[in-house]
Design a protein around this ligand. Structure first.
Ligand code: EAX
Length: 327
């Protein structure tokens, strides 16, 4: 008994020492960023990713987390990851088509019935195949995550139907698919990086913007926007991107650790989106927003018919239908 105890103490001491030496010898720091604040679905995503990577690599990799666009907006962050000046970012697909055009198809309005449909497509063969398209552009796409279902806000009037959108000046993401669709709805589109949006709304440079409830709450847009309409006009995917060379340098087991960490992070991120969606309307109402909850989406889809026809030509009707009909 006594001897066994002594051996156990020795083993523990040796492994502790090895652990310490390991950490001291080879701790690699990496950066990950988001464009919105820490207390958000994306903040939960990158915080979870950092914890999981550290845990799964016994602290040999430390992920430093940057919030609120402190390393730049989403387009800049994607550029930095491509160049390798920053290893990682979690970003909406807003600016992604400018880097990986194949991903554009996911940004088509009213493509997905709901979040469950979108998640199934992204986690299934279509989404996984799309992840591989990032490789030739200098990225390792670790996992799809989620920004959420986008709704419209503005400072001018309640939006019940597309006719209410006519002439409204709205900030959009720097995304060609969104811009084309919103123009088709009669909106005067102003593409802009996210970190500039609050001030633009405050100063009246634009009348409105569109984002998921998660983002509207995290960015406190209720302080500068009166009206919210649950248009649910488009699902907004997010993605965890890593510099490809940085990923390729990892040992095989660490590659798995990063990929698994990204999956756990995406799950935590999606769970938070669900929590935000459940409480968002009540929360934003309590902060003074006027909310139109029952929006007739078919009116918006009718108005978008000519734009949908364009998209079918651009992306292939069969490709779009494959996503629409995915079960
Ligand atoms: O990713 O730019 C946007 O509107 C995005 O939804 C936001 O940065 C969160």
């Amino acid at each position: 008994m006594h001897k066994r105890f002594r051996i156990a103490v020795m083993v523990t001491a040796v492994s502790l020492l090895a652990g310490l030496l390991g950490t001291a010898q080879a701790q690699t720091n990496m950066k990950i960023s988001i464009s919105i604040g820490k207390d958000s679905h994306q903040g939960v995503g990158i915080d979870t990713f950092a914890q999981e990577v550290e845990k799964r690599t016994n602290g040999r990799y430390k992920i430093q987390t940057f919030y609120s666009g402190s390393l730049g907006g989403e387009r800049e962050s994607i550029e930095s990851v491509q160049l390798g000046t920053q290893e990682l970012t979690l970003t909406s697909t807003g600016p992604v088509p400018n880097f990986v055009p194949e991903a554009r198809i996911l940004d088509i309005p009213f493509l997905f019935r709901d979040k469950a449909h979108a998640r199934a497509v992204l986690d299934g063969p279509i989404g996984q195949e799309l992840l591989t398209k990032f490789e030739s552009k200098g990225f390792k796409a670790l996992a799809w995550s989620e920004n959420g279902v986008r709704h419209m806000t503005n400072s001018k009037r309640a939006v019940n139907s597309p006719s209410d959108l006519k002439g409204l000046k709205m900030r959009t993401m720097e995304n060609p698919v969104h811009v084309a669709a919103y123009k088709g709805l009669g909106i005067v589109t102003t593409p802009m990086a996210f970190p500039e949006v609050f001030t633009a709304l405050q100063q009246g440079t634009v009348d409105g913007q569109e984002n998921p409830l998660s983002v509207i709450m995290a960015a406190k847009f209720d302080q500068v926007q009166k009206h919210l309409s649950l248009t649910g006009h488009v699902y907004s995917p997010a993605i965890i991107l890593m510099n490809k060379a940085a990923f390729d340098k990892l040992a095989a087991a660490d590659k798995t650790a990063f990929l698994e960490a990204a999956k756990v992070a995406a799950k935590a991120n999606r769970d938070r989106v669900d929590v935000d969606d459940a409480k968002g309307v009540a929360d934003l109402r309590s902060k003074g927003m006027q909310v139109v909850e029952n929006v007739d989406k078919s009116k918006f889809m009718d108005q978008l018919k000519p734009v949908f026809e364009q998209f079918e030509k651009q992306f292939g009707k069969t490709n779009i239908d494959k996503i629409r009909n995915y079960k």
